[in-house]
Design a protein. Structure first.
Length: 74
């Protein structure tokens, strides 16, 4: 529950910040927003392109759920 609340809170802050920038002004109460994994809420090891953490990325890639990603071996 706590992690889901943090994910929702971060998404809400990002949305408000983007809306304020679109209107041409900075938000009144500017708070730093941290990147969090959309699946588990982990703040570290975040991959911006996929918006998930490295652990979730590895699990999804192993299952083949991320298009264009496959495990390499040499």
């Amino acid at each position: 529950m706590a992690r889901k609340a943090l994910i929702v809170k971060t998404e809400r802050r990002k949305r408000k910040f983007i809306q304020a920038l679109a209107n041409g002004k900075m938000p009144k109460k500017w708070v730093r927003t941290y990147n969090r994994c959309k699946l588990c809420g982990r703040p570290r090891g975040y991959l911006r392109h996929f918006e998930i953490c490295r652990i979730c990325f590895r699990e999804l890639a192993a299952k083949g759920e991320i298009m264009g990603i496959k495990k390499s071996s040499w």
